[in-house]
Design a protein around this ligand. Structure first.
Ligand code: PGA
Length: 249
């Protein structure tokens, strides 16, 4: 049985006082949740604050990116060892905003995924098609090519989470239909099985992301193929994120 994961991606948002009040309230609201994993992924500047606040909780910490080297002359970058210092469990890699705004390639992402795993972090690898890909009927080709590229250096995929995030659904208020998300997620699982073996494919968590809100999370979580959600905008408010965490309760 795969344990579901609800992860909040704060993106480039939050001051220290904002993070403190959000996490204080979130801790209260989710303290009784047992059967699912919860993670928050604040910007690097808030990892220290949030890390200290969640020590006594079941909330995991994630970062939103990292560089593949452990240290050295890489101005502006953050290494996996630095993330581990703050007790990060997860690191989001290959988010579409990094692919399409910052210009990250699959080759870069592959090095990051390999380094994250080698250093004991669990990557949340994001894949997903743009609107023009979907309209051209290329969703599966695009997603498979991202998977092949981003996972090309992985030998032992012991700890990987995949997030299927159609680019057209991110931050637009237009989520995918749950059935359409299931189609792509099942295809991802099939591909994963052919690459790493059936057992690994059964175990890998594949999340959906893109305009997940308190009002649509239950519909996604009714689908047994969807192992959780990566939540952007709605994770910036403790009440709405807590409601998403408490799907179907
Ligand atoms: P959204 O973002 O929930 O604001 O659409 C999701 C994401 O980018 O991970």
């Amino acid at each position: 049985m795969r344990r579901r994961l609800i992860a909040g991606n704060w993106k480039m948002n939050g001051t220290v006082p904002e993070a403190i009040s959000l996490v204080q309230r979130l801790k209260l609201l989710v303290s009784d949740v047992q059967d699912r994993d919860i993670a928050v992924c604040p910007p690097f500047t808030l990892l220290d604050t949030v890390s200290k606040m969640i020590i006594d909780t079941r909330i995991y910490l994630g970062a939103q990116d990292m560089f593949w080297e452990e240290k050295g002359a890489f101005t502006g970058e953050i290494s996996p060892l630095m993330l581990k210092e703050f007790n990060c469990t997860f690191v989001i890699l290959g988010h579409s905003e990094r692919r399409w705004i910052i210009g990250e390639t699959d080759e870069f992402i592959a090095k990051k995924v390999e380094s994250a795993i080698r250093n004991g972090l669990t990557p949340i690898l994001c894949v997903g098609e743009r609107l023009e890909d979907r309209e051209a009927g290329k969703t599966k080709d695009v997603v498979i090519s991202q998977l092949e590229g981003s996972l090309s250096l992985v030998k032992d995929p012991e700890s990987i989470v995949i997030a299927y995030e159609p680019v057209w659904a991110i931050g637009t208020g237009k989520p995918a239909y749950p059935k359409d998300a299931v189609d792509v997620i099942s295809m991802i699982r099939e591909w994963y099985g052919s690459r790493f073996g059936k057992d690994k494919a059964e175990g890998v968590r594949i999340l959906y992301g893109g305009s997940v809100t308190p009002s649509n999370i239950d519909d996604f979580m009714k689908e047994s193929e969807i192992d959780g959600a990566l939540v952007g905008g709605a994770s910036l408010n403790a009440d709405s994120f807590a409601r998403i965490v408490k799907y179907l309760l």
